[in-house]
Design a protein around this ligand. Structure first.
Ligand SMILES: Cc1cc2nc3c(=O)[nH]c(=O)nc-3n(C[C@H](O)[C@H](O)[C@H](O)COP(=O)(O)OP(=O)(O)OC[C@H]3O[C@@H](n4cnc5c(N)ncnc54)[C@H](O)[C@@H]3O)c2cc1C
Ligand code: FES
Length: 272
């Protein structure tokens, strides 16, 4: 589990200049929200989540962010990619059963949420109503367009753009941040849980909005991103107070992780 293994890339799709999807032949099928450590010999490793829930392949929706991901970007169909895992605790599937679900994601944060949607599609009767909100900067940043079109027909799906570049286009979407448009849906929060993945500021603003609308804080889950090295709780790189994002997460309940992030930020302020 700790040694990277070579897998074949069977397809690549360019979504934007910065984001590419790599389909990789693999039977490992991580649970939604888990991650793998992709490894580029001589350069390093980085954690990525699969955006598919499938027993024959994993899909890596990869943003070209730096050293490792730019090397991943150069890989072509037919070449090998090395990775180890899966690691971490994903979304709390057992606790979500029977609940109405509010799935919220932005940018490449849609990756783990897309895998959760595919899990739910395969186990639909286990879950209640589904509300999905995906946010992107503008039309040029929309990812997984084909899947979004399919999900729009299947679920209560809202696509929102921070700004619409072509206001008169026939793209069906909202304009604005998710926290500003979410109350257009009359969601009954009594039996709901929210699963959120995206930039931390977005997760914070959306959570505050959901709580103001009546969702309890112990029904909100964040999928966290932190710098990682080992991926299995040994190096301490991803630590937030007494929790390791790699081993105890990356999915955490809001009421557990948020106070620890706040404490960490206050401690850092005192140091500087
Ligand atoms: C559990 C988990 C799942 C992830 N899933 C995905 C995914 O599905 N798709 C995807 O594109 N990205 C995902 N990421 C983020 C991805 O791991 C980072 O973008 C990547 O590690 C950058 O590595 P690099 O060597 O290319 O960049 P570096 O050269 O190491 O860094 C480039 C820049 O990115 C920042 N950065 C590096 N790592 C992280 C990080 N983990 N979180 C936030 N900022 C970071 C650095 O501060 C720097 O500004 C995930 C991260 C985690 C922890
Ligand atoms: S990445 Fe090493 S402890 Fe989490």
């Amino acid at each position: 589990m700790y040694k990277p293994i070579a897998y074949e890339i069977t397809e690549t799709i360019n979504f934007t200049e910065e984001v590419k999807l790599f389909r990789i032949k693999s039977k490992i099928n991580p649970m939604p929200g888990q991650f793998i450590e992709v490894s580029i010999p001589g350069i390093g490793e980085c954690p990525l989540a699969s955006c598919a829930y499938n027993t024959d392949y994993i899909d890596l929706l990869t943003r070209n962010a730096g050293n490792v991901t730019s090397a991943v970007f150069k890989l072509q169909k037919g070449e090998k990619i090395f990775f180890r895992g899966p690691y971490g605790k994903g979304f709390p599937i057992k606790e979500l059963k029977g609940k109405d679900l509010i799935l919220i994601a932005g940018g490449t944060g849609i990756a783990p949420v897309a895998s959760l949607i595919e899990y739910i599609e395969k186990n639909r009767k286990d879950f209640g109503r589904m509300y999905i909100f995906f946010g992107f900067r503008n039309e040029n940043y929309i990812l997984l367009k084909d899947k979004i079109e399919k999900w729009k027909n299947k679920f209560d799906f809202t696509l929102t753009l921070d700004k619409k570049l072509v206001p008169e286009s026939n793209l069906v979407c909202e304009t604005g941040f998710i926290q500003d448009i979410i109350d257009k849906k009359k969601i009954d929060f009594k039996n709901s849980s929210a699963l959120i993945c995206g930039p931390e500021i977005m997760m914070k603003c959306v959570s505050e909005k959901l709580m103001s609308l009546g969702l309890k804080k112990n029904r909100i889950y964040w999928s966290m991103e932190r710098r990682m090295e080992c991926g299995f709780g040994s190096c301490g790189r991803c630590q937030i107070q007494d929790l390791y994002v790699c081993k105890d997460g990356p999915v955490f309940r809001y009421d557990i992780i948020k106070p620890k992030i706040d404490n960490e930020e206050s401690a850092n302020e005192v140091k500087t």
